[in-house]
Design a protein around this ligand. Structure first.
Ligand code: ZN
Length: 247
């Protein structure tokens, strides 16, 4: 994640209990791992910031079979998460957040041996879909299963990543799924801004949720200080026993 903006700024985080009590979420049509990632297909995860791969689809990643191959695209280095902080300078964040991602993926149980992990180093909070499309065209193959943040997630970089992935997937014959991240913060159950008709729910068992929790805890820079980027309330909403994928 990065500095919050747009819909996120000034809005209060929707409590996890509100989401947990939602009959609509309970009724969402389910999607299985095999439907998201059929055998023989390559999973491509496009993360605007280091940690989005865990927040968006950590449960899917944690449940991959040993030896699964994939591509994790880190769009930015996440150097803009603490603007003006003397403690967390952009240079320190660049170094630290990459290390945190590596540790988080290990905690998920993801075997990175079969994974490519390009870092595009686009500017944090300044991602442009046009620029990202050019880079992704070199990386995405027909038939890939592409997971990105949602194009209306409420954070510029998340939205640009969703838009870019939609375009590249359409061009090259990949299948694209978008995942809400910040939307869990600002939306409400039944919120008309969420395209619920496109939403499918991947259920996560206790083990997967715990591995996702441990992976998020590896992103210590985002949990640091009196006003962390990932506050306790948001973390709770992000650690529900399911993930939502928009078709
Ligand atoms: Zn992010």
């Amino acid at each position: 994640m990065s500095q919050t903006q747009n819909l996120i700024a000034g809005s209060r985080c929707t409590p996890a209990s509100v989401w947990r009590g939602s009959a609509q979420l309970e009724r969402l049509p389910r999607i299985s791992r095999e439907q998201l990632l059929p055998p023989g297909r390559r999973l491509v995860v496009v993360a605007p910031h280091p940690d989005d791969e865990v927040l968006a689809c950590g449960g899917l990643l944690a449940g991959l079979p040993v030896g699964a191959e994939g591509l994790l695209v880190s769009v930015t280095d996440g150097e803009g998460s603490h603007p003006g902080s003397p403690r967390w300078t952009p240079e320190r964040l660049r170094r630290t957040r990459e290390e945190e991602s590596r540790s988080a993926l290990a905690r998920l149980g993801l075997d990175l041996a079969g994974w490519e992990w390009p870092r595009l180093r686009l500017p944090d909070s300044g991602v442009s879909a046009a620029q990202l499309v050019d880079r992704l065209r070199e990386l995405i193959r027909p038939g890939d299963r592409l997971v990105s943040t949602w194009r209306h997630d409420g954070h510029r970089d998340h939205e640009q990543a969703g838009l870019a992935c939609a375009q590249v997937a359409a061009e090259c014959g990949a299948r694209h799924f978008e995942t809400p991240v910040w939307a869990w913060h600002w939306a409400l159950p039944g919120d008309p801004r969420i395209p619920w008709a496109r939403a499918r729910r991947l259920d996560l068992d206790d083990d997967l949720v715990e591995r996702k929790r441990a992976a998020i805890q590896a992103h210590a820079s985002q949990l640091d200080g009196p006003k962390p980027v990932l506050g306790a309330g948001l973390l709770e909403t992000l650690l529900q026993p399911f993930e939502v994928y928009l078709l």
